[in-house]
Design a protein around this ligand. Structure first.
Ligand code: AMP
Length: 424
């Protein structure tokens, strides 16, 4: 129960809300013009005339070049378990089978057994490893066994929260187990209304969750599970105090799932403080994907960057699904508008766009209605978008870590990808 009083006289209807006022029903929920640019080749030192006097040049340009034309197969991981081995409810096993998950991914294989025993989990894993199911399966199983069980899942971005909700809904279809998404940029009143209905799982972004806790709409004192997804990203985004506050509100004996791609000091300390003897599971992360061919596009003096971009995009049968990164919200929007004007099927996601617009663009990109998506790093964080053929860094990322995250959007699941970075 998330509030101090049971709701609607039901013994089996946990609720995050302290309101208790609702009587509503449960709800279901991407020829080279040598005169203007050249591809790769040149100096691999990152210095010389291309050196920019900005903070960006902290990254050696040679790190953006890696021509591995061979598609290397992922190292085959042999799981020690099958989903059938897990001591989970038959309905959940069926839901997993319906999602066509046959073998647990490494993170799932190594963590689910322990999570089912109630252990805290520290997962060092990036997006694309199957970490979502690694925490959802044990949490959902707990809820199946006890409808009073509740969980809170904290994610850095709205898009990631919604992605988690989608996977959650697929797992719990027909089980009358409900989740509510509470993210910034969407009307809080609707979220409050949903929280006051029957729900076992709240999935949200730190700022909005904090707001709802302070308003008394979410009571964490009896939550049984808490998940921090992409904890290092939340730190980067300035959410450390918010997530600390939320963790402090949860009981000490609740189960904790802490997922992070890296372990910066403040996150390490946070986990030390809030996790109890966690099972540490690391999924090997490569510095860069072996399946991503990386190169730079040098913008020579006087060349128009957008013309250079369009020459690339015009290459037939190559740039099929392109994710373009730019640093600022306004530059993302400007580039997207210009591409649309020039007849490309493009869209944009960045923080100034309304939540619904971002979701719509993402869906259109997923469904191939558009094949170019321009994004800021924050907006694209953690998104699982299959089959991106090219990542283009229209502007050099601020840090190498950001670069690695960006190019990780292509070359997934043993398919070949290309990452091109505009320099000059
Ligand atoms: P995640 O890292 O949780 O974002 O998951 C990355 C992708 O892998 C998602 O599209 C999942 O649906 C998919 N996935 C997760 N676990 C499995 C599994 N055991 N078998 C096949 N696909 C999976």
């Amino acid at each position: 129960m998330y509030n101090n009083t049971k709701q609607r006289g039901s013994n089996r209807a946990p609720n995050y809300s302290s309101g208790g006022r609702s009587t509503g029903p449960s709800r279901g929920g991407f020829s080279s013009n040598r005169s203007s640019f050249s591809r790769g080749g040149g100096s691999r030192s990152g210095g010389g005339r291309n050196k920019r006097k900005s903070s960006f040049e902290r990254i050696d340009v040679s790190r953006f070049i890696s021509k591995s034309t061979v598609v290397e197969k992922e190292e085959i991981y042999i799981p020690t378990h099958t989903f059938a081995d897990f001591k989970i409810d038959a309905k959940l096993k069926l839901a997993i089978a319906n999602k066509n998950y046959v073998y647990p991914s490494p993170i799932q294989d190594k963590s689910i057994v322990h999570a089912l025993e109630g252990r805290d989990i520290l997962g060092i894993a990036d997006t694309g490893t199957g970490k979502t199911a690694a925490f959802l399966i044990p949490i959902i199983n707990k809820i199946i066994n006890n409808r009073d069980e509740t969980a809170i899942i904290i994610a850095p971005t709205r898009e990631l929260a919604i992605q988690i909700e989608t996977e959650f809904n697929e797992f719990v279809r027909g089980m009358k187990i409900f989740g509510v998404v509470c993210v910034g940029g969407a009307p809080i009143q609707n979220q409050i209304r949903n929280l006051r209905r029957e729900c076992n799982v709240v999935i949200g972004t730190p700022g909005r969750l904090l707001d709802l806790v302070k308003r008394g709409e979410i009571n964490l004192s009896s939550t049984r599970s808490i998940v921090l997804d992409e904890a290092d990203r939340m730190l980067d985004m300035g959410f450390i105090d918010d997530i600390t506050f939320l963790l402090e509100k949860t009981p000490t004996d609740r189960q904790g799932f802490f997922f992070s791609a890296t372990l910066p000091k403040p996150i390490e300390k946070l986990i030390e403080r809030f996790a109890t003897d966690p099972v540490k599971v690391m999924v090997k992360t490569r510095e860069t994907s072996k399946n991503v061919e990386q190169d730079v596009i040098r913008i020579n003096n006087g060349a128009n960057k957008i013309d250079v971009l369009c020459q690339l995009l015009d290459k037939e049968n190559e740039f099929k699904k392109v994710l373009i990164f730019s640093e600022m919200k306004h530059s993302v929007e400007k580039l997207s508008v210009e591409l649309i004007k020039r007849g490309y099927k493009a869209g944009s996601i960045h923080g100034d766009k309304r939540h619904n617009d971002r979701q719509r663009t993402l869906l259109r990109f997923r469904n191939d209605e558009i094949n170019i998506m321009v994004a800021t790093d924050v907006a694209a964080r953690g998104l699982d978008i299959p089959e991106v053929t090219h990542v283009i860094n229209y502007e050099i990322p601020q840090t190498y870590d950001t670069y690695i995250h960006r190019i990780g959007r292509t070359g997934r699941a043993s398919s070949k990808g290309v990452a091109l970075t505009f320099v000059g």
